[in-house]
Design a protein around this ligand. Structure first.
Ligand SMILES: CC(C)(COP(=O)(O)OP(=O)(O)OC[C@H]1O[C@@H](n2cnc3c(N)ncnc32)[C@H](O)[C@@H]1OP(=O)(O)O)[C@@H](O)C(=O)NCCC(=O)NCCS
Length: 224
């Protein structure tokens, strides 16, 4: 791709982030959720997946989906530095996704978690995978986290006993910041970070091409 001079100046300088090795999580239903890191080529299907949820007020899907959409579009079009996205799929269909970015060597910025397939704690598993990425693979010391919904607050602030640090500004607009520190991560890890590696080639192949969901429990009668 030829990038012209002005475009080069607009793009952030990006670090090459260490890869997140794929894993498989067996859900309460017995279904296998494959978690793998998205590449920029996956951008369009991720945007297609999130877009319908922008109109869903219930459980703050609208706020979170609109923000995730903007963050993923910014990443896809090179307008945010050092962002990553991890995706959980069941038979290739996107069940839940998480994103975030690195601020510097020691600090991570958690952006969002959004679940399409509800009732199986896919989002809780994906949030744990995101924390695993920050601590085990990016080797960071802490992650800044906010909640935009009561479910999120229960899942992250209460479940992980996050440290409140309201004096620190999170990138998501002044919502009170909480922090997962390394000791808190290590305490939560045996209980909350699950999954097996390596993923068999056959199972991993199901997640080669992400598939946008054809059903959304949040949107009765949804038709694409
Ligand atoms: C927060 C979120 C990622 C958690 O995902 P998850 O772990 O997969 O959990 P679910 O959404 O399936 O379920 C959460 C709760 O909703 C309820 N729930 C479950 N299935 C449901 C359904 N089909 N419809 C409505 N509510 C449902 C249950 O009370 C459940 O709580 P429990 O599992 O502790 O009993 C997800 O709820 C979500 O995407 N919410 C909207 C965006 C959001 O708030 N993101 C977090 C921002 S901080």
């Amino acid at each position: 791709m030829i990038i012209d001079e002005l475009e080069k100046r607009l793009r952030p300088v990006e670090k090459k982030l260490p890869p997140y090795p794929p894993k498989v999580i067996t859900l309460a239903s017995g279904e296998k959720m494959v978690v793998r890191q998205a590449t920029r080529d996956d951008g369009p299907v991720l945007l297609e997946t999130v877009r319908p949820l922008i109109d869903v007020e219930r459980d703050f899907y609208d706020v979170v989906a609109a923000r995730v959409y903007s963050e993923l579009l910014g990443w896809y079009r090179y307008r945010v530095a050092d962002e990553y996205c991890l995706v959980g799929t069941i038979d290739g269909v996107i069940a839940s996704l998480v994103n975030g970015r690195t601020v510097n060597e020691t600090t991570g910025m958690s952006y969002h978690t959004i679940t399409i397939k509800r009732g199986l704690r896919c989002g809780a598993q994906m949030f744990a995978a995101k924390m695993e990425y920050h601590f085990e693979y990016l080797k960071q010391k802490e992650v800044l986290i906010v909640a935009e919904s009561p479910i999120g607050y229960k899942r992250w602030m209460i479940e992980y006993q996050l440290e409140a640090r309201p004096q620190v500004q999170h990138e998501l607009g002044g919502v009170p910041t909480h922090v997962l520190t390394e000791p808190l991560y290590q305490a939560a890890k045996p209980r909350l970070v699950t999954g097996q590696r390596p993923v068999s080639p056959q199972l991993l192949a199901t997640a080669d091409e992400f598939i946008a969901p054809s059903e959304y429990p949040q949107i009765p009668g949804f038709k694409r």
